[in-house]
Design a binder for this molecule. Structure first.
Ligand code: RIB
Ligand code: CA
Length: 310
């Protein structure tokens, strides 16, 4: 029985690897990919999502453009990490597959209305603007969502865009607040996990040995590791977003806790912080499974095995 998913994304090299992993995995049926403004503006994230589908030879997967800015704030982008195009590292041809006419938010709403209740998982890999907008426009779809498995937030690792916040949540904290209060079962892959999924040289060499697509992946990670190497002294690029797809494929690679997570939306100093009650010091109701650890070797073995299939 395949698992139906919608990938909501702001490619971004790590988003791109997540999309490749999903498209390479027969356990998953990617119903569609909705682009959102984040790492780079929407005009580029929707284009990059199509570039990745064409790279994987999966041009039948519909790609939609969603929201081009956060609910209530100006867009903050991350070209300093991902480059001007969002997919810097190697030149890839412009996409020829069409962008769907429908808005990404309408696709999310219509898909959840059409598919049986509890049969669609949403995988946000960027700011949560599209998801929150869909929930605001069509509240009746909220109870129809099987699960939200997202990359975002942090507890021990705290922040990567400010001292207090992770990028995806920081860009649209109001959207994150709506999603985390929605009541949908949520699984969070935070920086605490993704900073342990580092593309070390041996791991990148394993990608490179896979042929064309592996070489592309290796060029992407060679490019975007600069930021984390300079900032954290990391041994390689943290593959943030593919951990979401790996969780769907092999949940035993991860461990975490079911806890309360609330989003800071008021303070300028801590905007976008995921206030994760990891130690259960409050009586606030648990609303998310917040992952804290990953079997990194198992993760990279899965990634390498699946990318080789494309
Ligand atoms: O903080 C890391 C997250 O922000 C990743 O999803 C990356 O692609 C960016 O969107
Ligand atoms: Ca992303």
């Amino acid at each position: 029985m395949t698992r139906k998913i919608i990938i909501d994304t702001d490619p971004g090299q790590d988003d791109a690897v997540a999309i490749l992993l999903a498209l390479a995995s027969p356990e998953l049926e990617v119903l569609g990919i909705t682009a959102v403004a984040g790492n780079v503006p929407l005009s580029l994230t929707q284009k990059n999502a199509r570039i990745v589908c064409e790279l994987a030879g999966k041009t039948d997967v519909p790609v939609f453009a969603g929201c081009d800015r956060p609910l209530a704030r100006n867009l903050v982008t991350a070209e300093h990490v991902h480059g001007k195009t969002g997919l810097d590292g190697i030149d890839l041809p412009d996409p020829t597959m069409p962008l769907q006419d429908a808005h990404g938010v309408d696709f999310i709403i219509e898909t959840l209305r059409r598919e049986p209740t509890g049969s669609v998982t949403i995988c946000p890999l960027g700011p949560l603007t599209n998801i929150a907008t869909a929930f605001q426009r069509a509240p009746e779809i909220i109870d129809r969502v099987q699960e939200i498995a997202l990359m975002g937030g942090a507890y021990f690792e705290v922040g990567n865009i400010t001292p207090a916040a992770e990028f995806n949540i920081y860009v649209d904290p109001e959207a994150a607040d709506i999603v985390f209060k929605s009541g949908v079962p949520i699984t969070v892959l935070p920086l605490d996990v993704t900073h342990k999924a580092l593309v070390t040289k041996p791991r990148n060499n394993a990608f490179r040995a896979l042929g064309r697509i592996g070489e592309v992946v290796a060029s992407w990670t060679d490019f975007f590791e600069r930021f984390d190497k300079e900032k954290y002294g990391s041994a390689g690029a943290p593959l943030h977003d593919p951990t979401v797809i790996a969780y769907l494929l092999k949940p035993d690679l991860f461990s975490g806790r079911h806890i309360n997570v609330e989003i800071e939306t008021k303070s300028d100093l801590t905007r976008g912080m995921t206030v994760a009650d990891w130690w259960h010091v409050t009586d606030r109701t648990a609303n998310a499974t917040f992952m804290g650890d990953i079997n990194a070797d198992g993760f990279f073995a899965l990634l390498t095995e699946r990318i080789a299939l494309l």
